[in-house]
Design a protein around this ligand. Structure first.
Ligand code: WQD
Length: 341
């Protein structure tokens, strides 16, 4: 049984990916410092899969503690690296902590990979590396523009570090997965997006408003050059995103990679406006959402959505879920989450 180390395994995408990997016959170990996740997620994974997952509460910025996990649990056949700070707004107010957490964590992980001879890594990147893309839909060849936030910058630098190490040393093989907008929740309703701080992403803001945790939500601008004036994004269901990680790991483990560093867009190839997302939620839940139109949010790009043809043809991956599936699953999760808290 192949053994995979998942950093950030108690997080939103990490936990959904662990479930998909378990269902595909992998053994897993998680490293998660629980700075933006809960230890209870491993119990939820057990409830869904019947499998106990060990999570080491370790901060990747502590290289000695990180290498102890490799000593205790290695050898690993591959690593999926999710653990990073990911809030655009927070990165603007705390850039240094974002560079320390996201880059030092990556560098320490790479040092451990070198010491313990682990040569396959999947890196959690983001469509934010494209900035205000010059062409739509974006392909993996679309030039990266100036990062709109320190968060996006850490993803650009992370990609560059991995490219240089893997292409020049020709030892580790890396796959960089550029997520568009992950959203939705596991079909069981037991896990989903569970931010430790106040939600800032659109879909949890919608569900928190609908359940009454917020009086009203604000649409950040309706004066963009789009079909209804609100921003366009490519919302991808977290379960589709999880399945893509398993496909990417199989691609590396089977030695199918063409290069030492390969990039894949993970989106569904459709742009949805903020107002369309809200209307989709209202249609699925048959309830009106309380929202108002406010000013634009700094750092927002007007429109971005993916061309995922490369992931389809090379990884054999295609998304299966729609914005309606996202809203349906997100609403079930919010109701369950609110019952507990
Ligand atoms: C989506 C749209 C907002 C909240 C970021 C990162 C990206 C990824 C996902 C990690 C925008 C609008 C939102 C609200 C609104 N992060 N909105 N009112 O900024 O596209 O992407 O999160 O992987 O890398 O860049 O996501 O959900 O914050 O915003 O109108 O209360 O919803 O203006 O147009 P974003 P988002």
């Amino acid at each position: 049984m192949k053994k995979i180390l998942v950093t950030g395994g108690c997080g939103y995408i990490g936990s959904h990916t662990i479930i998909n990997l378990i269902n595909n016959g992998y053994a897993l170990v998680s490293i998660d410092d629980l700075s933006n996740s809960k230890a209870d997620v491993t119990n939820k994974i057990k409830a869904i899969t019947g499998v106990d997952i060990k999570n080491y509460v370790v901060d990747l910025k502590n290289v000695d503690a990180t290498r102890q996990v490799f000593v205790a649990e290695g050898p690993f056949d591959g690593i999926i690296h999710f653990a990073a700070s990911k809030l655009v707004g927070e990165s603007v107010s705390h850039p240094l902590s974002y560079f320390q957490n996201n880059l030092l964590g990556l560098l320490n992980l790479l040092a451990c990979m070198q010491e313990f001879d682990v040569d396959k890594l999947i890196f959690s990147s983001s469509c934010s590396v494209y900035g205000n893309a010059t062409e739509l839909p974006v392909t993996e060849m679309t030039p990266r523009q100036e990062a709109e936030s320190p968060y996006a910058r850490t993803k650009q630098i992370g990609e560059d570090i991995l490219h240089d190490i893997s292409v020049h040393q020709k030892k580790i093989k890396t796959v960089l997965l550029r997520y568009f907008n992950p959203a939705g929740a596991h079909e069981s309703g037991l896990i989903g997006e569970d931010p430790s701080n106040k939600a800032s992403n659109l879909v949890p803001v919608i569900t928190e408003t609908a359940i009454g945790k917020r009086e009203r939500m604000v649409v950040f601008g309706d004066d963009y050059q789009t079909r209804d004036g609100s921003c366009i994004r490519d919302y991808i269901h977290v379960m589709d995103l999880a399945a893509a990680h398993t496909k990417a790991m199989e691609y590396l483990l089977n030695g199918q990679n063409q290069d030492y560093c390969e990039i894949f867009n993970l989106g569904i190839g459709e742009g949805v406006t903020v107002l369309e997302a809200i209307h989709a939620f209202e249609a699925i839940t048959e309830q009106k959402l309380n929202y108002s139109i406010g000013p634009r949010r700094d750092g927002d790009v007007e429109s971005i959505y993916a061309n995922y043809e490369k992931a389809r043809t090379v990884l054999g991956w295609s998304p299966e879920r729609s914005i309606e599936d996202i809203m349906r699953s997100a609403w079930v999760w919010e109701q369950n989450r609110s019952r507990k808290s």
